[in-house]
Design a protein around this ligand. Structure first.
Ligand SMILES: [Zn+2]
Length: 83
């Protein structure tokens, strides 16, 4: 049941964005606690260093090999952190 609830919410968000109606879940994070049947909403601030939506995005198109990109990206992050 949990994947169904979350899947319907994600599909609804996608449809809202595609047809341009409602208040999309941008800058907000919804938490769903199935055990308590409660929803909570958190405000999420934009990360200016994000490689996708930051001030200087490094990723501007879909990635063919996500697993390889992920490994390479985090290797670079670790190298930078070690300096
Ligand atoms: Zn981002």
């Amino acid at each position: 049941m949990l994947p169904g609830v979350v899947g319907v919410m994600m599909a609804t968000e996608a449809i809202k964005l595609i047809i341009g109606i409602g208040r999309p879940l941008i800058g907000r994070l919804v938490l769903y606690d199935a055990l308590r049947m409660q929803f909570r909403e958190l405000k999420v601030n934009r990360d200016e260093s994000c490689p996708i939506c930051g001030d200087n995005p490094e990723i501007t198109e879909l990635i063919d090999d996500y697993v390889r990109w992920y490994d390479e990206y985090w290797e670079e992050e670790i190298d930078v952190a070690a300096d």
